[in-house]
Design a protein around this ligand. Structure first.
Ligand code: ADP
Ligand code: MG
Length: 223
């Protein structure tokens, strides 16, 4: 198995005027290709901070972060945005869809941004759309879809570029428990198909669905 992520002794503080808040303390872990990991911790434990670093959306103060064969502390902003756009599919609690666009337009947007023609993008998205179970809803706008359907759109949008890693922050946090279960079943299917997934959650029921759990408390990983 090959490694996708290797973090060693990552530290991050937020500075607010004179004050400094040490949020991540010597975080170290490895994620292999094909893994399905939950990072589990209570509110305020540093999960979103860690997700932002994992997703190349924020920097860290010390430690090393290797994504595939790229050493990230030596990266420029351009390289970080390249990894973010090419290598990672993001899924958020609040879906983050563009409200004026149909589900289909939301899903193909990352392909259009890469310069693919609309016809090609629609063709490429077709398989992903049926995989997430949205085939009969793709011409609807987000406000015409249920929360679970909107999250499926967001998952399809994250998947359509075939990223190395799917990164999800509280992906079932806005859903009722039955719909949340459906979304977790979809993650299971995606992992069975070979996708590498990291889910961030405070919910041990979510963690129970993944292959592996890492717990974080007060910015430290539990051993
Ligand atoms: P979680 O996602 O586990 O709830 P966060 O990573 O959002 O935790 O926050 C961890 C700690 O860092 C909290 O005490 C929070 O208030 C603080 N924090 C988060 N983001 C910022 C920021 N941009 N500036 C200052 N403090 C922050
Ligand atoms: Mg959070």
């Amino acid at each position: 198995m090959s490694e996708i992520i290797r973090m060693e002794k990552i530290n991050k503080s937020y500075r607010m005027g004179e004050e400094s808040l040490h949020v991540l303390k010597d975080i170290s872990f490895v994620v292999e290709k094909g893994d399905y990991l939950t990072i589990l911790g209570p509110s305020g434990s540093g999960k979103t901070t860690l997700m932002n670093i994992l997703g190349c959306m924020d920097t860290f103060d010390s430690g090393t972060y290797q994504f595939e064969d790229i050493e990230l502390d030596k990266c420029t902003n351009n390289q970080l945005s390249w990894i973010r756009n090419r290598k990672i599919g993001f899924i958020f609690q609040k879906y983050n869809l563009i409200p004026q666009y149909t589900a289909l337009q939301n899903i193909i947007m990352p392909l259009l941004i890469r310069g693919m023609s609309r016809n090609e993008a629609v063709k490429k998205a077709d398989e992903t759309i049926s995989l997430v179970g949205l085939s009969d809803r793709v011409l609807h706008k987000p406000n015409e879809l249920s929360g679970g359907q909107q999250q499926r759109v967001a998952i399809a949008r994250a998947l359509v570029t075939e990223p190395s890693l799917l990164l999800a922050d509280e992906p079932t946090g806005s859903l009722d428990s039955a719909t949340g279960k459906d979304i977790l079943a979809l993650f299971q299917k995606l992992n069975d198909n070979g996708n590498t997934i990291i889910v961030i959650s405070h919910d041990s029921k979510v963690a129970g669905q993944s292959k592996r759990v890492i717990s974080i408390f007060d910015g430290k990983m539990a051993v």
